[in-house]
Design a protein around this ligand. Structure first.
Ligand SMILES: Cc1cc2nc3c(=O)[nH]c(=O)nc-3n(C[C@H](O)[C@H](O)[C@H](O)COP(=O)(O)O)c2cc1C
Length: 159
């Protein structure tokens, strides 16, 4: 089984998650959609992921899904997203991924996220600081990568 993990993020979390998937799956290849556009016909199984900013899935992930909408319907496919607010993940999925693809997916999971304010600049840093403060005020735990959900998706892919 040849597996493609196609992903796009901005500050490294999505890439980290894609690499964690890849380490656990034999015969898997990661492709950063910021750099390359893979041909899904070369693979039996396709995992597509992206990060969320301002409620929106990374535009390279969105474009890849749009361009491969027909192919993805007939493949074994799974999807993941990285975000700061896991509790909103159901809404983020339904807003950003076509329903028919989610309905046919082997699995789709939210892998959580990270918020490293010191790695950000300008407007991004401002938004991240506001979000971090708002979470702290509500006594919410800071975001982190959800390895349980990564394991869940892997299990579905392997079964
Ligand atoms: C400017 C900015 C906006 C963000 N907007 C959202 C958002 O709307 N919803 C959310 O759940 N997380 C949001 N996040 C959190 C990111 O999804 C999180 O930091 C994720 O780990 C980023 O993944 P990446 O490093 O692969 O880009 C935002 C982060 C930044 C910096």
């Amino acid at each position: 089984m040849k597996i493609l993990i196609a992903y796009a993020g901005k500050t490294g979390t999505t890439e980290k998650c894609a690499k964690r998937l890849c380490e656990k799956l034999t015969n898997a290849t990661t492709v950063d959609l910021n750099i390359q556009t893979p041909d899904i016909d070369q693979f039996d199984t396709v995992i597509v992921g992206g990060s969320i900013r301002m409620g929106q899935l990374h535009k390279k992930t969105k474009k890849f899904i749009e361009q491969n909408a027909v192919g993805l319907q007939t493949k074994r496919a799974a999807y993941f997203l990285c975000c700061g607010s896991e509790r909103n993940s159901a809404e983020l999925f339904s807003k950003n991924f076509p329903k028919d693809l989610l309905d046919r997916a082997v699995s789709y999971e939210c892998f959580g996220g990270e918020m490293n304010v010191e790695n950000l600049h300008g407007f991004d840093k401002f938004v991240a600081k506001m979000a971090t403060k708002a979470s702290a005020d509500k006594k919410l735990a800071p975001p982190k990568i959800n390895d349980e959900n990564i394991a869940k998706l892997i299990e579905k892919i392997l079964n």
